[in-house]
Design a protein around this ligand. Sequence first.
Ligand code: AMP
Length: 395
Amino acid sequence: MTTLRDLNFTNKKALIRVDFNVPLNDDFEVTDATRIQAAKSTIIDVLESGGAAILMSHLGRPKGVEEKYSLKHIVAKVTEVLGIQVKFVNDCIGETVEDLAQNLQSGEVLLLENLRFYAEEKNGDRDFAEKLSKLGDVYINDAFGTAHRAHASTAIIAEFFPENKCFGNLLAKEIESIDKVLNNSEKPVLAILGGAKVSSKITVIENILDKVDHLMIGGGMTFTFVKAQGGAIGASICEDDKMELALDILEQAEAKNVQVHIPVDVVVANKFSNDAETQVVDVAKIPDGWQGLDVGPKTIENFDVIVNESKTILWNGPLGVFEMDAFSKGTIALGQSIANATKNGTFSLVGGGDSVAAVKQFGFADKVSYVSTGGGAMLEMLEGKTLPGIEAILK
Ligand code: AMP
């Protein structure tokens, strides 16, 4: 794996694909700079090795040029995070941009305008990628969040840097962490999959059955498994058309010696609301009209034991509707168990949109081994797919 250490940046212009797709408020201020902070190490490394950094990213889903998606809004924040005055140019290709890039001095940083102002970016257009490639001597991909897309700046561009391309520190760390879980893991390995639906996680489950010793199921997808096994799930969320698949997963797991842990009790509510009436019931005996929205106390205890016996943990998806206080206990307790296991030497990787939001919200982000920055990209890696953005560097 080629990383920053393998290339020379002295007096070179490094064209870095970062993921600065950050949330902005109505005043166009950055409300969460995590992604900018995540790219800092690569940018600083390039500058400290005598290079200049040209940063390219997308922001949102603009249709053509749309001022509200301009990266000019984030210049101040990037400047603040890096501690270096960042220059900005209101385009990402063309003569003006090329001149600015050409004249950039070592130690300087130039941020380009939103790549997605050109439809060619998402279309993976080769000519567009070639125009971008003119801006740098070296290409670095550090955008894990878009590594599963074969866009011009994330994958196609790499062919114009046959010798001078590498992974940035963030992307390298993401690849290493997932590899540590899937391929080089210390046993027993536990995968915890929660979230709303079986259908969105099915390929992940199928792929990881070969890699794990324990599979823990939580969240809304629990009820598809429970109903498939003949349980009464009341008004809980369920994908009837995935029940057969659920049974098939259980069979496959048994054949592969994977222990599956499904909640035994749940917190049920009489409506989908924080102020609903609630009670704790057996997961397979949910009364009519009631829906399961969190795991119950017995399940929390059971899960805690398994978590603390595991040496490698992957966590994707909350155990309940954690956005509502009334149904966040299971997810918080699981975060606590994982934090505890991590303290005792277990490697823990948390990834995939909502579980990342949960660990941040409940203060566990720095108590687990690694929090992935890419939701979709991480899921695709867990599905066993080779991501275009990663393959393009490896080629
Ligand atoms: P996902 O994006 O698939 O990881 O799903 C995350 C979402 O699943 C969160 O918004 C949770 O509120 C939701 N969720 C978790 N448990 C349940 C449940 N028992 N019933 C309905 N939704 C749930």
